[in-house]
Design a protein around this ligand. Structure first.
Ligand code: ADP
Length: 540
């Protein structure tokens, strides 16, 4: 016998309808390119989004078509997050930090029909526009009429809205329809497309709002520094209006100073981004005595949050750090580090030890670890293996069937490529990625832990560890380190510091001082580039 409750479709338009009725006066602020603050509300955006969706249909957009965005975090980008899926199409966010050739590959692979572009990004797209001949229209946002551009078939965002009306029925009729798409940043190979459905997006947003996940509420002002082209800004543009929270969008202003201004002036309560951003913001706050204590939760993920940075935020700035782990293929939230009640009474040092881990699985994300033969390993906090996941917002296949089928197991789990331990209470700790591990004399060395240990040294700004070939041990760790300007950091000082913190065989064979660690398009340490530079003798 089946239950007798309604089959209510979980479509993205439901989030907007809810916000429009219940949270219509809640604000969405945007730092525009000229530095001024634009303010609108969910209620004001609602008819604009309907007009936009109708305009897309008039332009010939059919259900399932891909419509791309090439844009910063702005209210217009938010409007597109609803208008495109509301028109039955797929909102494909392009990562503007990728190389032109990669971007052209992605636009063509996705077969994008229309591209919405921020005015400041026109020159960036022009660099590869001749390689994307199938795009039918370019719609310019935040750009003056008649702006000079080589892009063909140009339209203007506000013209589209003005020339349309809001008498429009949402075309998102089935929760299984595709709604959004994001390509991986290609850290470990060609970018691959993850195609989110309405259902996966709505369920993910509901999960994000839970108290034991991001805990977003109607009194929050959320600053997504994580770009809207990086896994849908971790789902925040869908979670916030669902919970009735305000948004503070940084636009193109991602430097620490304007971010600190935005936090102070808008009394931001939740800010989300990768560790690189928070490292830079910390330097700014300390150097200029800024007060960001209004932030009650600093959400950090994308790569491991160094323990020392968590300690600095919590003890010096009064900002609670919420360490999370996820992937493009997981919409992205997988685990969140929420301290359990009994851990609240631990001393600070013990709490920071726990917070260096990636947290416990969110309801909806099932996890298991397996060894190289595919055998399941115990949750004992010791056994290291590849993490596999399944759940309603986790990918079952990449966009286009032939892309990386080896990422999925025969019994329907997704292989994350992360090497982790799970403790008996489900606390997950990332040790490495399968492709970054250092195997020395038959033993694994965790580059993630070694990096975190080195970054604990007060004179170290950043550190990345890679494996280099070694005749005796097969591989040995090498550390690339950025020293704090003005310090007299030496290799010996780092070794001494590490000697009481990691096993002896973990000590890097060499420490190379560099001016900067190369970063990927989403701000992670780019070890592929580091390894190549080392192999080509550029680092010595
Ligand atoms: P890409 O795979 O191209 O780097 P993603 O942004 O999807 O793009 O990255 C997902 C990966 O980032 C995870 O598999 C994991 O290796 C890493 N990652 C994400 N969050 C964390 C975290 N909190 N700590 C350590 N690694 C993380």
């Amino acid at each position: 016998m089946f239950g007798l409750m309604q089959d209510y479709p979980l479509t993205i338009d439901r989030i907007l309808e809810h916000a429009r009725h219940v949270h219509s006066r809640q604000r969405v602020m945007t730092l525009l390119p000229d530095g001024s603050l634009h303010t609108t509300t969910y209620g004001e955006m609602y008819p604009r989004i309907k007009r936009l969706a109708k305009a897309l249909v008039k332009l010939g957009v059919e259900p399932g078509d891909r419509v791309a965005t090439f844009a910063w975090n702005t209210y217009q980008h938010f409007e597109l997050y609803y208008a495109i899926p509301g028109a039955g199409a797929v909102c494909h966010t392009l990562n503007l930090r990728l190389f032109p050739d990669q971007l052209a590959y992605i636009v063509n692979h996705a077969d994008d029909k229309i591209v919405f572009i921020d005015g400041t990004l026109i020159p960036l797209y022009e660099r590869f526009a001749d390689q994307t001949p199938n795009v039918q229209h370019y719609v310019l946002m935040n750009a003056p009429k008649g702006v000079e551009t080589k892009l063909p078939n140009v339209l203007y965002y506000e013209d589209l809205i003005a020339g349309s009306d809001d008498d429009f029925e949402w075309r998102s009729t089935d929760e299984r329809m595709a709604a959004g798409m994001c390509y991986t940043s290609g850290t470990t190979g060609d970018p691959k497309g993850a195609l989110y459905s309405h259902r996966s997006t709505v369920l993910h947003a509901m999960a994000a709002n839970q108290m034991s996940v991001l805990g977003i509420g109607e009194r929050d002002v959320i600053l997504p520094v994580v770009p809207m082209f990086h896994v849908m800004a971790w789902g925040i543009p869908y979670a916030a209006p669902m919970a009735g929270a305000a948004l503070a969008m940084p636009g193109p202003h991602l430097k620490p100073e304007p971010l600190a201004n935005l936090i102070e002036s808008q009394r931001v309560t939740i800010a989300a981004g990768v560790p690189t951003i928070w490292n830079a913001l910390y330097q700014e706050v300390k150097a200029h005595a800024r007060d960001i204590s209004c932030v009650r939760s600093l959400v950090v993920g994308g790569s491991a949050m160094p323990r020392s940075l968590t300690a600095a935020y919590e003890s010096e700035l009064g900002v609670n750090v919420l360490h999370a782990w996820g992937m493009t293929e997981m919409s992205p939230i997988g685990t969140v580090n929420i301290l359990r009640a009994e851990q609240e009474s631990l001393d600070q040092e013990a709490r920071w030890d726990i917070k260096a881990s990636q947290g416990i699985p969110v309801f909806g994300v099932e996890v298991r670890i397996v060894d190289e033969e595919g055998r399941e390993l115990p949750w004992d906090g010791q056994s290291m293996g590849e993490l596999q996941v399944r759940g309603p917002w986790i990918i079952k296949q990449y966009f286009k069937r032939d892309v990386a089928p080896e990422s999925f197991t025969a019994d329907g789990w997704f292989r994350t490529g992360d090497v982790v331990t799970l403790d008996p209470d489900g606390l997950m700790t990332i040790k490495d990625r399968t492709k970054d591990l250092v195997k020395s004399g038959g033993e694994w060395i965790s580059t993630v832990e070694l990096e975190s240990a080195i970054m604990g040294h007060p004179d170290v700004l950043e550190a990345a560890v890679i494996a280099v070939p070694d005749a005796r041990w097969s591989e040995r760790p090498l550390a690339a380190v950025v020293a704090r300007p003005g310090s007299n950091l030496t290799e010996q000082a780092i070794m001494e510091y590490l000697s009481t913190r990691v096993a002896k065989f973990w000590l890097p064979d060499r420490v190379l001082f560099v001016t900067e660690i190369p970063k990927t398009s989403v701000g992670k340490f780019d070890k592929k580039t580091l390894r190549r530079r080392y192999a080509e003798g550029e680092l010595s």
